[in-house]
Ligand binder design. Structure first.
Ligand code: NDP
Length: 466
């Protein structure tokens, strides 16, 4: 049973960090502005000797845009949080200081570990269950562990502190309205379900290509790469939403069970030179900007052979999907920004003689930014009435709403882990990816190159399919 208690204090560890400034505080601002987090107290902590004013400045800066837009209640909530927030200098890896800080906070507390992963792990190891205020929730960022075994060990450490339903493993893609829309699209419309299977679908692609390069994030990115950073977490979850059977409810237990069932049936099959590809960008141009070779970027260690473009073919071994490739791809410094799922249907079994003009199968595209739904269909065109033309049925998805981190925080503060990754699923995502990481490390799959600003190495983006 999920214990739904409202969090009184949000404690952000890593208050001076990039995630806090760029994503967490703006997400929180949107949530407060909507009036959906009344009475919250915000406490920041970190190893920096910040003055209270420095932290308050950071909070005010992040809250400024939201306070212009919000209603009176939201503005009052933003002002209350900004004026009462505190900052504490704490080494979270030392035995004692974090527990001491927790003892002074009004519970229930949500502890947000916006820290480097190894620091979060150590901080959890030095905490004890009896040091946590009743109802404490632990919020862990990605990457959750560095492989199946370390994720399992981290799960054990967390389980010694609080029950599973009070652990929130953040994947902020689960807070994106268009990702959640996949479920509404699939389960609230009768026309899709009969064709949503191996009999009618040829392949499914989930593509997240960015037209941005490293943007000064070498310290993190160079140790992660595209496969760990995007595919291992975000794209596998989008794939799971596209592939799940209808859950009994869209509540936490049923939906997360359904997602876990799909991921347990999923794997990437060897030989990996056939089912995966990796590449790294070299110098090129992105719009007006010149981008240097990835290996020439500050902070990059060329000996790590980090990929900036990864593509894998996942197979889901169940009745619905056996034999249908799910191709997941993400790249940096690509010529075209593309964030979408593309469902390609099988060709019609027979086209009556006399029709002409059909040369590609129907496709459904679910765009994650711009948020759009597009179905390509063939229809009688003008002129020769049996010469078919390709037309697109386009629906703009009105997904404007809270930032993904706002949605995720709302779940955390209200004690609902629906939009968090469950422990077994976090391990399963590593189980799927780990053999590929090993094969890539041992050089089984060549690291190709592509010029920044292009569509990838020659031959890409044609998907890896038999
Ligand atoms: P940063 O390196 O920018 O920030 C880390 C923070 O942790 C700093 O405030 C740092 O303080 C603090 N810190 C480090 N050691 C200690 C310690 N012993 N005690 C207390 N505080 C400490 O990292 P990010 O903000 O980029 O990332 C944080 C987490 O979020 C990571 O797990 C990352 O993978 C994840 N993430 C980040 C995203 C992003 O866009 N940045 C996106 C998605 C996930 P100090 O500077 O004083 O050392």
């Amino acid at each position: 049973m999920t214990s739904k208690t409202t969090v009184k204090t949000l404690l952000i560890l890593g208050a001076s960090g990039d995630l806090t400034g760029r994503l967490l505080l703006p997400g929180l601002a949107g949530l407060l502005a909507s009036g959906r987090a009344p009475g919250l107290r915000l406490v920041g902590a970190g190893s920096d000797p910040w003055s209270p004013e420095q932290w308050q400045d950071r909070v005010n800066t992040a809250f400024a845009a939201a306070s212009n837009a919000s209603e009176a209640t939201g503005r009052a909530d933003l002002a209350a949080v900004a004026s009462t927030t505190e900052y504490h200098q704490v080494d979270v890896t030392a035995d004692g200081p974090l527990a001491e800080l927790l003892s002074r906070l009004e519970g229930p507390v949500a502890i947000y570990f916006a820290l480097p992963p190894h620091v979060s792990q150590k901080a959890c190891e030095v905490l004890h269950r009896d040091q946590l205020p009743p109802g404490t929730r632990l919020v862990m960022e990605k990457p959750f562990g560095s492989g199946t075994e370390s994720a399992h060990e981290l799960n054990k450490t967390l389980a010694a502190l609080v029950p599973e339903d009070r652990i929130h493993r953040v994947d902020h893609f689960l807070g994106k309205a268009t990702v959640l829309n996949i479920l509404g699209l699939r389960f609230a419309n009768t026309f899709l379900e009969p064709v949503w299977n191996r009999d009618h679908i040829e392949k499914v692609e989930v593509i997240f290509d960015e037209d941005l390069a490293l943007e000064g994030r070498a310290r993190y990115y160079d140790t992660a790469g595209a496969l760990r950073d995007m595919v291992q977490s975000h794209l596998l979850h989008i794939m799971a939403f596209l592939a799940v059977d209808a859950p009994a409810t869209v509540e936490e237990r049923d939906l997360r069970d359904a997602v876990a069932t799909v991921l347990r049936a999923s794997s990437i099959k060897a030989p990996y030179a056939h089912s995966t590809r990796r590449a790294r960008y070299t110098a090129g141009t992105l719009g007006e900007r010149t981008v240097p070779d990835y290996v020439a970027e500050e902070g990059v260690d060329p000996s790590r052979n980090t990929e900036t473009l990864a593509e894998v073919r996942v197979e889901i071994d169940n009745w619905r999907w056996k034999g249908v490739p799910f191709i997941l791809r993400s790249g940096k410094a690509m010529g075209r920004r593309r964030k979408e799922a593309v469902i390609t249907f099988r060709p019609v079994p027979h086209l009556p003689k006399g029709f002409s003009g059909v040369d590609s199968p129907n496709q459904l595209r679910i765009g994650f930014g711009p948020d759009v739904l597009e179905l390509d269909v063939d229809v009688n065109g003008p002129g020769d009435i049996f010469s078919l033309d390709r037309a697109s049925l386009v629906a703009q998805l009105n997904a404007a709403g809270m930032l993904p981190y706002g949605e995720v925080l709302e779940g955390i503060l209200n004690g609902d882990p629906l939009l968090s990754v469950r422990g077994d699923t976090a391990e399963d995502c590593w189980r799927i990816i780990e053999p590929v990481l090993r094969a890539w490390e041992s050089g089984d799959v060549p690291l190709e190159e592509y010029d920044a600003g292009t569509a990838g190495p020659a031959g890409w983006p044609t998907a890896v399919v038999d």
